[in-house]
Design a protein around this ligand. Sequence first.
Ligand SMILES: [Zn+2]
Length: 239
Amino acid sequence: MILFAEIPLANKIPGQTQVSVSVYVRERKGSARITMSFSTKDRHVVVSAPKRTTKTFLREFITKHQGWIEKQVAKHGAVAKEFAPGVIVPYRGRPYALAHEESNKVLVKPDGDLFFVRAALTRIDTHVRRWLLKQAMDDCTIASLQFAKALNVTVAKVSVKAMHTRWGSCSSAGNLNYNWRLILAPEEVLTYVCAHEVAHRVHMNHSKAFWDTVAKVCPNYEKARAWLKKNGSSLYAFG
Ligand SMILES: [Zn+2]
């Protein structure tokens, strides 16, 4: 894969400093098709093209799809922000300004309008992530167990991880995975995602019966779902 171009972004993303996105070209064997994808993990564009494709053709192809590229970058966030002094932390849907105090004794505590972090400067990001992950784990576990009880189903293991494209998942064995960024969203959004995944223990599909089950335990789920659709990508500002 080679770096082919650095494309300037026409639309600035709120809260981001990124002004361009890298486009890589990968040689594609045995096919005449050109395809383009966006790597949410590396936050760059990959164009797969047959070996003999000219640079001019590639450039035109990329220009033609500039709109799509902009949309992908906006949707998946640009270069990930780190938790640092002054950064706004959207904890449980409320904005807190990160305030730092240099110390060897670690303390993370949202307080008033401040997200107070006592730690070594270089370790802020690590400690804030660890703390948020723990809160997400606690909230997701409590909600999942509550919904499991209400729906009379079992759940196996509840995990919270860095998921790149999904908010949650439910395996046939009953293992529930949640995206840690849900802790940044309003509480009812996290609750809805838990209701959704646990409802998959009743229906392993998205049928009408499935949504009726979600509604039974989470009557206002449509509002939370709409919030995620509209604002979900903003939670990816933090990598
Ligand atoms: Zn689902």
